[in-house]
Design a protein around this ligand. Sequence first.
Ligand code: GTP
Ligand code: MG
Length: 372
Amino acid sequence: RIGMNVQDLSKLLHRDTAEIIKKLFLLGIMTNQNQSLDTDTIEILAADYGIEAQVKAAEDVADIDRFFDDENIDEGQLVSRPPVVTIMGHVDHGKTTLLDYLRNSHVTEGEAGGITQHIGAYQTQLNGKTITFLDTPGHAAFTEMRARGANVTDLTILVVAADDGVMPQTIEAINHAKAANTPIIVAVNKIDKPGAKPDDVMNQLMAYDLVPEEYGGDTIFVKISAKFGQNVDELLEMILLQAEVLELKANPDMPARGSVVEARLDRGRGPVATVLVQQGTMRVGDPIVVGNTYGRVRTMTNERGVELEEASPATPVQVTGLNDVPQAGDRFIVMADEKTARAAGEERAKRAQEVIRNSGAVVTLDTLFSTM
Ligand code: GTP
Ligand code: MG
């Protein structure tokens, strides 16, 4: 903290500069608000305010991962929540077409006609039931999020084009879903095409333990045309059916926590993060720690740009009000007050910096070349 003056310190301690100056005066140190302070003086003052204890508390609250243990969730309060679905498949097999069809055809009443913004996740409705879709680009986002400990997907929709069959990225997708332990529903797509051979796809997938129910297995297959919407409702029904089997539950009655789907810096609005609420209910004004960032939820909007006052489990929302841009897969948690959120966020950012510094210290020519 070299170069800190009285004003900086008073901000840091959340005290009036006058109070700090008075306290220093009582310690025999004459200052004005612009005078820089030496480390000893800062330490004496900080000790006077019990700062050491505060640093400890910051370290404690900074450990936000522990809030994600199941034991922190009151079983008695659990209610069912919508499934969170990721769509995967080989290049050009129709993932985007399917997501776009769902986006435009199954919109909540009152939101139709709203201008959709790509925020990385959205919800669709069928017969009054909700499904949350993660619209993350390709497998990278999925694996990245998982690598960061955010296992947010309940169900994987594997899209396989009936005119192309099982391809390398189809197999990759199967492996990702298996590693994440999420059930797979197969959407055999492009059945409208003249060269479509949906039965071939079913036969090919048996080699990967995806056996259709009609052949004695337990994998759900739906033959669809994402382009024309054929059987897409049936696919949604199957998702809801599978979700029921999974008995997905959450407690809406606690401070919210969840994961970042994507985040970026917006010119006008500052850092914006699309987050998925996984437990609890998030509200505008909530003090929040998101990865190594913190803030207060200023606004919450959905994909249609509709401002929400609160977001319950499995709801994706775009949030503004953070001090910096978090990363996809970061976890967030609502804190009791803004001061605690700030302390936790700053502590986490500091630790992240230390990790970078430490890893920087061990860069040698060898490690440099091995990464080239
Ligand atoms: P990547 O994002 O590049 O991996 O591809 P994708 O899986 O998102 O595929 P996309 O939805 O972009 O579809 C690729 C092409 O297939 C586009 O030209 C679509 O119009 C077409 N397509 C997708 N679904 C169908 C379908 O059901 N029937 C027909 N006939 N064409 C389809
Ligand atoms: Mg696409």
